[in-house]
Design a binder for this molecule. Structure first.
Ligand code: SAH
Ligand code: SF4
Length: 409
């Protein structure tokens, strides 16, 4: 069935190489790095050894320059530099919110733009990662869904966001990178201090389950014990409800699942999350009940955006509780105050309404915290991401701020 406004994302094969004819090693599997080295002329044994070393430098030390890979023979480093690069997305713009949230507008090698957001908290630092440029699913409350240009990001572009964030936060293990010739034993030379980036959420631009292979490849690299080594328990993938891919996500990636439910009736969910016309609420909740790895210790998060007079009544809250119980879901609910953007057709529910809604769910024994909006002043909050060409001007941002002020006063 055709979903209104739905278009297929362009496949990833068309992205030009950033380093000219050189191969970008970021985003390749370990095996892929080994194969690339072998193809370039190393024998099998050398390729295996060098791949292991390079992997460690790229993902554990954050090194982008082969000359700094001090345990690789000096003579070999220019040979690598001629043939390979360790790429990063280009930073077009970096913004800092008055609440500490940071947003980066990034550009891929082909000029396509996407955003990533870092949200610092007292006990954690969360990186919100994009999976596509734009999104093909036009959820009516989401700014990203209004973008027309869409392509899938490659695994390299997805994992590149994490690498870039660690660059920007200055939290690669520090140490004696310059000194030494070969065999620079890292032990004792650096410490893995200052963990700012502790969690990853696939909640930036795009629908991750419509770009399954690249997202899976990227997250496998992020979880690899010899590199970034982030635990699957610290990674959450959010889907608007691509039912046929949910079981595979659980089995093959194994990260925490968040589901953008947002409504409890067919009528309203069809309107605000058009994908519901293809995969309805019952089907979605059955897939949640079957999600591999979900249990009381690892609950599924249901995201629920609070839209004034649309999905925020007491009856809606009660129905939400009923559904969670009917399907026996190990669930928590995350209530997201609607984040406005220019031209959005909805308003956010009042704080009192949000509180009453949350209380009704809590009283039924289900956790239902309200997500504090972060980075609204730089359009970094949930659903506000959109690439530069159509970003709001400073004047528009001021108008939004003024409206917010008026609503409060
Ligand atoms: N495409 C995926 C993940 C990205 S969106 C998904 O839809 O789940 C991350 C979360 O922000 C989703 O729950 C999404 O529904 C929500 N969101 C989108 N626009 C929003 C807005 N304007 N205000 C608040 N939340 C929004
Ligand atoms: Fe796409 Fe998610 Fe936005 Fe819907 S909410 S348009 S699925 S990014």
């Amino acid at each position: 069935m055709q979903i209104p406004g739905h278009i297929d994302p362009v496949t990833t094969g068309t992205v030009p190489l950033r380093g000219g004819n050189r191969v970008d090693l970021v985003g390749l599997t370990r095996e892929g790095v080994r194969a690339a080295l072998e193809e370039a002329g190393l024998d099998a044994k050398a390729a295996k050894l060098r791949a292991k070393q390079i992997w460690h430098w790229i993902y554990h030390r954050g090194v982008t320059d082969f000359d700094a890979m001090t345990d690789i023979a000096k003579a070999m480093r220019p040979w690598l530099t001629e043939r390979f690069i360790v790429g990063r997305p280009t930073v077009r713009e970096a913004q800092l919110s008055n609440d500490g949230t940071r947003k980066w507008l990034l550009a891929a090698a082909d000029g396509q733009e996407y955003e990533m957001v870092f949200i610092p908290d007292a006990d954690r630092g969360t990186l919100c990662v994009s999976s596509q440029v734009g999104c093909t699913l036009n959820c009516r409350f989401c700014h990203t869904g209004t973008m027309r240009l869409v392509r899938n990001l490659t695994a390299g572009e997805i994992v590149g966001q994490v690498l870039l964030a660690r660059d920007a936060l200055g939290e690669w293990p520090k140490g004696n990178m310059a000194g030494g010739d070969q065999d620079d034993d890292e032990a004792g030379h650096y410490t893995a201090d200052g963990r700012m980036l502790t969690n990853i959420v696939m909640m930036g631009m795009g629908e991750p389950l419509y770009n399954f292979d690249e997202v899976k490849g990227a997250l496998k690299i992020v979880m690899d014990g010899d590199g970034l080594a982030l635990s699957k328990r610290r990674i959450t993938l959010s889907t608007s409800g691509v039912v046929p891919m949910m079981a595979r996500a659980g089995e093959e990636i194994g990260v925490n699942l968040a589901v953008s439910l947002h409504a409890v009736s067919k009528e309203i969910r069809d309107e605000i999350v058009p994908l519901n016309r293809k995969y309805g609420i019952e089907e979605l909740l059955e897939a949640c009940a079957a999600y591999p790895g979900a249990n009381n210790a690892r609950r599924i998060t249901f995201e629920y955006v609070m839209l004034k007079d649309k999905n925020d009544s007491d009856a809606d809250a009660r129905e939400l509780v009923r559904l969670i119980k009917q399907y026996r879901l190990p669930a928590k609910v995350n209530l997201i105050p609607f984040n406005p953007w220019p031209g959005a057709p909805y308003e956010c529910s009042s704080p009192e309404r949000v509180r009453a809604f949350s209380n009704l769910i809590f009283e039924a024994g289900i956790s239902a915290p309200v997500r504090t909006p972060r980075g609204r002043d730089i359009m970094a909050a949930c659903g506000q991401l959109k690439s530069a060409a159509t970003r709001p001007s400073r004047a528009e941002l001021d108008r939004i701020a003024a409206e917010k002020q008026a609503a409060l006063g």
